[in-house]
Design a protein around this ligand. Structure first.
Ligand SMILES: NC(=O)c1ccc[n+]([C@@H]2O[C@H](COP(=O)([O-])OP(=O)(O)OC[C@H]3O[C@@H](n4cnc5c(N)ncnc54)[C@H](OP(=O)(O)O)[C@@H]3O)[C@@H](O)[C@H]2O)c1
Length: 274
């Protein structure tokens, strides 16, 4: 029998990376459209507090929780603070960072932080919340935000794409292992989204809001929450992304890699002349 979509009304949902972009938009929609209470996690306190104030409606709650996911002690503190607030029904592990540029020029300290944020913290939080939902028997779920970058090697975002390949593979494996065992695990793999990530990485030299293939955070958040509510193992949002994902699966590497490299080369800064 088909199960009804998860109803988040009156439930606590934790969202990492809620200070910006996709995470902020999911937090907003969870409160305004789903009637959920949100634990909003990120490093920038001012942004989280502004979100709480913006979403204040006298009915639902937004709890800012400041944590640096690249710091293991913060991840441990986050879990204990979050679970003291009330019973949590959903954990959206969305926070992520990229590095765009030549792989050999990536600062290794920044690489360690990227790995800790995109992979290590995600696995720790995923394990914790999956066990928590099982113990609460509350049909809770974890949503892992990955990327289409995880479907193929991605020149100029080499480390980022590798972390997203990890997230997709890990999430889908876990979803299978936990099927029928009281926890829903869903993976969301979007293509380009118009968020701060494009500006911070320099990808905005080529990719901008409104371009074909760049989705708004609002539309993307709606599709992410829809996949999560319907307990889909993997959601790729939008028809053009789905088509591209299918092409990425079928195309031989000899064709795919140069094509992807060509798209992304276009945003590299110009080499100084002379
Ligand atoms: N934008 C795209 O084109 C795109 C495409 C596919 C997938 N995605 C994925 O979507 C997710 C959201 O990205 P976005 O596009 O919304 O980017 P964004 O606007 O840059 O937001 C990233 C969020 O992650 C948080 N974050 C980063 N490092 C953190 C850390 N060490 N500890 C705690 N929070 C941290 C940031 O908050 P603070 O800085 O306040 O900590 C921010 O809230 C990411 O997983 C990304 O990989 C993005």
């Amino acid at each position: 029998m088909k199960r009804a979509p998860v109803d988040f009304r009156g439930q606590w949902v934790l969202v990492t990376g809620a200070s910006s972009g996709l995470g902020r938009e999911m937090a907003k929609q969870l409160v305004q459209e789903h009637g959920a209470n949100v634990i909003a996690v990120a490093r920038r306190r001012d942004r989280l507090e502004a979100l709480r104030d913006e979403l204040a409606n006298g009915t639902t709650l937004v709890h800012p929780l400041v944590a640096d996911l690249a710091t293991p002690a913060d991840v441990t503190r986050l879990v204990s603070e979050a679970t003291q607030l009330g019973e949590i029904r959903g954990a959206i592990l969305n926070a992520g960072v990229t590095y765009y540029g030549h792989a050999l020029e990536q600062d290794l300290e920044a690489f360690d932080k990227l790995l800790a944020t995109n992979v290590t913290a995600l696995v720790h939080l995923c394990q914790h919340f999956a066990r928590y939902f099982q113990s609460k028997k509350n049909d809770g779920g974890v949503l892992l935000v990955s990327s289409m970058a995880g479907f193929a090697p991605l020149p100029y975002q080499a480390a980022y794409a590798a972390t997203k390949a990890f997230v997709t593979s890990y999430g889908r494996s876990l979803a299978y292992e936990l099927k029928g065992k009281g926890v829903n695990v869903s993976v969301f793999a979007p293509g380009g989204i118009a968020t701060e990530m494009l500006e911070l990485s320099g990808l905005n030299r080529k990719f901008k809001a409104g371009d074909v293939g760049i989705m708004s955070a609002e539309e993307c958040a709606r599709l992410a929450l829809d996949g999560f509510q319907k307990r889909r193992m993997l959601t790729v949002p939008g028809a053009s992304n789905k088509l591209m994902a299918a092409g990425m699966k079928l195309a031989p590497n000899g064709v795919l890699l140069p094509a992807i490299a060509k798209i992304y080369e276009g945003a590299l800064p110009e080499e100084p002349k002379g």
